[in-house]
Design a protein around this ligand. Structure first.
Ligand SMILES: NC(=O)C1=CN([C@@H]2O[C@H](COP(=O)(O)OP(=O)(O)OC[C@H]3O[C@@H](n4cnc5c(N)ncnc54)[C@H](OP(=O)(O)O)[C@@H]3O)[C@@H](O)[C@H]2O)C=CC1
Ligand SMILES: CCCCCC(=O)O
Length: 457
C-alpha cells in the first residue's frame, strides 16, 4: 500500500501523513460516483454543471497564494510558478464553463440516409491517475471537461502530493459539485487496478511514466475500458542558423529549468545548427550557471529542488551513466551538497546513439546538446526518439519553421516559443509519449459517447 506523506523537498521535513483509503472507503466512493452518473446531474441539463465550473474558477482565483504555497511546500515548485499553475487551473475551469455547451451541442452529419447528427453523452465513472509535477493542473485537465460532460471521476494522485489532492477535492465540493463528481482516493496501484476492472468504471486517464502508463493501459485493455495516456517526452529545442539567439537562449534556459526541469514538455534535446552552435552554447551555459538555487518560497530563487530524494538520486545516476558511456559533461552534473533535493544545472554533449542517454528523458535540469549541419539532419535527429510529445523550432523564416514543425513526429510543436499549454489548445503526443488529447474540444470528447442518430429520409 503506497503511503501518502507530504514531505518538503527543500528541507526533507515531513509536513503531514495522510491515511490511505481502505477497500470499504473505495467501494463507497465508487457506489456514490456510479449513483451520480445515473442521476439527472450527469444525464440532465449541462447548465448546473457549468455553473459549478464557473464558481470553481472564481474560488481558485480568490485563493491563488494559499494554493500555490501548498504546492511549493509539497513538491518544491518555485512559488511564482505555482501561482502560474493555479491561475491556469482557473482558466481551464472557466474555458469549459464558457464553451462546453457549444462544443457538446449535437453536430449535424449531412447524409443520404436522412437527417443525421452526433450527440455527446457521458460514458460513466472514470479513474484519473495523476503525477506530482503539476499537482493541480493535472487534476483540472481531467476534472473540468468531464464535470462539464457528466462523467464522475475517482482520482488517484501521486503519493507525494496528498495535500494538493485533498485541497483540490475540497474546492470542487465548495464550488457546489455533488458528492461523487470528483473523489480523491489515497490508494495503491493494486486498488487502481481493481477499480479499472469494475464494470461501473468506463475509462481511465493517466499522466505519468511509461511504466505506470503501460500498467494502467494494460489493465484498461484487459477490461475493454477507454484510456488516455500522457507520458514522458524528450522534446527537441531546434535552433536554426537564422534564429534570434538571445531570445532562444532566454527561453531555452527557462524551458529546461522551469519546475526544476520536471515537465514532460520541457526542452530536453537542444539541436543546434552548426553555424550558431558555439555562440548558443556559450550563452546557454552562462544562463544555466546563473541559476539561483534556494527555497522555492523565496521569490529570488530561480531553481528549486527536485520533487523528492528518489527523483534526485535517479537523475544523478542517469547523468553518471551518460558520462560513463561517453558523454561530455560541459557544466554541473552532481547533486548539491546539503539539505534538500537540489541538483546542479547540467549540460551534456557528445551523446552518441550507442549511449543509453541518447534515448533517455532527463526529468530534471539536465540539457542534452546536439549539433547538426542542416534542417534535414535536425528533423532526422528529432525523430530518432521513442517519444513524440512536443518540441520547438527557432527561426526567423516562418515557412521554414512550419516545414520542420510538420516533419517532427510529435503531438505539439511551437515555433519561436518554448512549449506551453492553454485550455483551448489540445495537449498530447504519439509514440511512447502516449495517446489521446486533453483540453480543448478534443479533450472533452475523449470520454464521450459520440452517438450517431439518424432519422430515415
Ligand atoms: N507526463 C508527465 O507529465 C509526467 C511524466 N513523468 C514521468 O514519470 C517518471 C517518473 O515519475 P514518477 O513520479 O515515478 O511517475 P509515476 O508514473 O510513477 O507516477 C505517476 C502516477 O502514476 C501512479 N502509478 C505509478 N505506477 C502505477 C501503477 N502500476 N498503477 C497505477 N498507478 C500507478 C503514481 O502513483 P504513486 O505516486 O502512488 O506511485 C502516480 O499517481 C518521470 O521521470 C517522467 O518521465 C512523471 C511526472 C509527470
Ligand atoms: C505547462 C506545461 C504542462 C506540462 C504538463 C506535464 O508535464 O505533463
Amino acid at each position: 500500500m503506497s503511503s501518502y506523506q507530504s514531505i518538503n523537498p527543500a528541507n526533507n521535513q515531513l509536513l503531514k501523513s495522510w491515511p490511505s483509503h481502505d477497500a470499504a472507503a473505495v467501494s463507497q466512493a465508487l457506489e456514490t460516483a456510479d449513483r451520480l452518473f445515473h442521476s439527472s446531474w450527469s444525464k440532465g441539463d449541462i447548465a448546473p454543471r457549468l455553473q459549478v465550473l464557473a464558481r470553481l474558477a472564481d474560488l481558485i482565483e480568490s485563493r491563488v497564494d494559499e494554493l500555490a504555497a501548498i504546492a511549493s511546500k509539497e513538491m518544491g515548485k518555485l512559488i511564482g510558478q505555482s501561482r502560474g499553475e493555479v491561475k491556469i487551473c482557473a482558466q481551464i475551469a472557466r474555458y469549459y464553463a464558457d464553451h462546453a455547451a457549444e462544443i457538446l451541442k449535437p453536430q449535424p452529419y449531412p447524409s443520404e440516409l436522412g437527417e443525421a447528427w452526433v450527440e455527446y453523452h457521458p460514458i460513466g465513472v472514470l479513474v484519473a491517475v495523476e503525477p506530482w509535477n503539476f499537482p493541480y493542473y493535472q487534476l483540472m485537465r481531467v476534472l473540468a471537461p468531464n464535470l462539464a460532460l457528466g462523467n464522475p471521476v475517482l482520482a488517484k494522485h501521486a503519493n507525494i502530493v496528498p495535500h494538493c489532492a485533498d485541497v483540490f477535492a475540497k474546492l470542487v465540493i465548495e464550488a457546489g459539485a455533488p458528492e461523487g463528481a470528483w473523489t480523491n482516493l489515497f490508494i495503491s496501484s493494486d486498488q487502481v487496478a481493481e477499480l479499472i476492472a469494475d464494470d461501473r468504471v468506463q475509462g481511465v486517464a493517466l499522466t505519468g511514466s511509461e511504466r505506470a502508463g503501460s500498467a494502467v493501459a494494460q489493465q484498461a485493455g484487459k477490461y475493454l475500458k477507454k484510456s488516455t495516456l500522457e507520458l514522458g517526452g524528450n522534446d527537441v529545442f531546434v535552433v536554426l542558423d537564422d534564429a534570434d539567439i538571445d531570445e532562444a537562449v532566454r527561453q531555452g534556459a527557462q524551458a529546461r529549468l522551469s519546475n526544476c526541469g520536471q515537465v514532460c514538455t520541457a526542452a530536453k534535446r537542444f539541436i543546434l545548427h552548426e553555424k550558431i552552435a558555439s555562440a548558443f552554447i556559450d550563452k546557454f551555459s552562462a544562463a544555466l550557471k546563473a541559476a539561483r538555487l534556494g527555497d522555492p518560497l523565496d521569490e529570488q530563487t530561480t531553481l528549486g529542488p527536485l520533487s523528492s530524494k528518489d527523483a534526485r538520486d535517479r537523475l544523478a545516476k542517469q547523468v553518471d551513466e551518460a558520462v560513463q558511456n561517453g558523454a561530455t559533461l560541459l557544466i554541473g552534473g552532481k547533486p548539491v551538497e546539503g539539505v534538500g533535493c537540489y541538483f546542479q544545472p547540467t549540460i551534456l554533449t557528445d551523446i552518441r546513439p550507442d549511449n543509453p542517454a541518447y534515448y533517455e528523458e532527463f526529468f530534471g535540469p539536465v540539457a542534452q546538446i546536439y549539433v547538426v549541419g542542416d534542417d534535414n539532419a535536425a528533423v532526422a535527429l528529432a525523430n530518432d526518439s521513442h517519444y513524440g510529445l512536443g518540441g520547438s523550432v527557432w527561426t526567423q523564416d516562418i515557412a521554414r519553421g512550419r516545414r520542420l514543425a510538420s516533419a517532427i513526429e510529435t503531438g505539439m510543436v511551437f515555433i519561436n516559443s518554448q512549449s506551453d499549454t492553454s485550455a483551448e489548445l489540445p495537449f498530447g503526443g504519439v509514440k511512447r509519449s502516449g495517446y489521446g488529447r486533453e483540453l480543448s474540444d478534443l479533450g472533452i470528447k475523449e470520454f464521450a459517447n459520440q452517438k450517431l442518430v439518424v432519422v430515415a429520409g
